[in-house]
Design a protein around this ligand. Structure first.
Ligand code: SF4
Ligand code: SF4
Length: 446
């Protein structure tokens, strides 16, 4: 791949153009106050849960490590506020299952100052030391995947990284937290990008921003280093442009092979929110204790982008942002790939980029009857992976899950929801694909 002549201004085939609902992109980030109790799950990431370092009754200060990583694919957790550990017990998670969590009663006088720090000079650390320091921050992918950042930046033996791809697309409707971070914290983004480049050995970084965010691209260009090692490219606005495979097609014109990772092409992808946080946390020596969350939807009075302490119960977020009308459903993330919340007691965790608040009337008007497939091909026309969602849907209805995987490449479906969105018959295609994958996973481990 010839890196310096990579960008052709084109993008992936198919995809959709849902209504953006990004009005809040112009509103600055605001801080949320501390809830009386914060619930810090030991598993906020892909990988093994962290191991508690504290006991019930122990006093902790804001920023203090309260749980350590347990193995390579795990990260530590830090106290989001000063207070006392009330309990370490099972608490509801947003997806339903209860999870072992550290419950912190926040002291009334807890302020914003981070009282536990271990400042590092990223420029003085060797790549392996940088990876270890990144792990100490508890950083995970803040775009929603929550994959431990140190594991992503630790390049496998024998692999060479040609470029770091920085994902600033934020193609999901409603979500604007990454947009605001690019506008307000562009210098931190560049600092985090440089750190990530050094950690993974990338000589070049390309920040991909959808062309509906010209102010973000402009803010970043104003602080780019002079050495030409970091570039910003505006890519066409289209859903799901923010999926890493689609962004790589847009920037480099190459496809990540089926079943492979971007590293197979010498690429490592990170979300802008992750790198903004890294750019600030590492030199300051702080752990990840808060994140920016878009709170949006017709059911909220004061929508916006809030800096939320991790562990804040969703009920408290809703109370601060103001519920409007009869709120009957919360979705974590955006409307395309987000998941309905099982309990308002569940906390905001590292992977939560948005809280979409829906009223009963919104759901009633959005709910559709399901009709038989009319073989119109709209789903096939919309699938960015070139799959046949219609055939997959019919097999799912017959519970022929094995055939879905072996003959129709179910494993390549990344659940973007384009097919469900496009289907005039209202067939819940992506939902049935999720069920199929879950069943196959369970069968594989049985
Ligand atoms: S959900 Fe899967 S099958 Fe449907 S459009 Fe997206 S990638 Fe294709
Ligand atoms: S879009 Fe819906 S109705 Fe049309 S072919 Fe696909 S599944 Fe069938």
């Amino acid at each position: 791949m010839k890196l310096l002549s990579y960008f052709r201004g084109e993008t992936f085939a198919r995809g959709i153009h849902p209504a953006a609902h990004k009005e809040m992109a112009s509103r600055p980030i605001r801080r949320l106050s501390f809830a009386p109790r914060l619930v810090v799950p030991l598993s906020q990431h892909i990988g093994k849960p962290s191991k508690p370092l504290v006991r019930a009754g122990e006093e902790v200060v804001r920023g203090q490590p309260i749980a350590e990583a347990d193995g390579w694919l795990s990260v530590p957790q830090h106290a989001p506020a000063t207070g006392v550990v009330e309990a370490i017990e099972l608490r509801p998670s947003a997806r339903g299952p209860w999870m072992q969590s550290i419950v912190l009663r926040v002291h009334e006088g807890s302020g914003q100052e981070v009282l536990w720090r271990n400042p590092r000079d990223p420029d003085a650390l060797a790549p392996a030391e940088l990876v270890a320091a990144i792990r100490d921050t508890g950083m995970v992918g803040l775009g929603g995947a929550a994959f431990p950042s140190h594991a992503k930046l630790a390049v496998p033996k024998g692999a060479t990284v040609q470029a770091l791809v920085v994902n600033g697309c934020e193609c999901e409707p409603y979500l604007t937290c990454d947009h605001r971070l690019m506008v307000e914290r562009a210098a931190d983004l560049i600092a985090g990008t440089r750190t990530a480049m050094r950690a993974c050995g990338a000589p070049l970084a390309v920040i991909g921003v959808e062309d509906n965010k010209p102010d973000a691209a402009e803010a970043i260009r104003a602080v780019l280093p002079d050495d030409g090692s970091i570039a910003v490219e505006q890519v066409p606005t289209k859903y799901p442009q923010g999926s890493e495979k689609m962004l790589i097609i847009a920037l480099f014109g190459v496809e990540v092979p089926s079943g492979a990772l971007p590293i197979s092409l010498g690429l490592v992808v990170n979300n802008v929110g992750t790198l903004v946080a890294l750019g600030r946390l590492l030199p300051a020596g702080e752990g990840l204790i808060e994140r920016v969350v878009t709170v949006a939807g017709a059911g909220v009075e004061r929508p916006g982008n809030y800096l939320v302490p991790l562990g804040t119960p969703l009920a408290f977020v809703l109370e601060c942002a103001g519920a409007r009308g009869c709120v009957c459903e919360l979705v974590l993330g955006g409307p395309m790939m987000g998941q309905a919340v099982a309990s308002l007691d569940a906390p905001v965790t590292k992977g939560v980029s948005g809280v979409l608040v829906l009223r009963a009337e919104d759901l009633a008007s959005g709910r559709r009857r399901v009709y038989p497939c009319i073989k119109c091909g709209e789903c096939v026309e919309s699938c960015p992976m070139g799959l046949n969602p219609s055939a997959l849907g019919m097999l799912a209805a017959r519970r022929e899950y094995k055939r879905m995987a072996s003959e129709f490449h179910l494993g390549d479906c990344f659940e973007c929801g384009c097919c469900s969105y496009a289907c005039p018959s209202g067939i819940p295609l992506v939902q049935s694909f999720r069920v199929a994958k879950q069943v196959l996973r369970e069968r594989a481990t049985a």
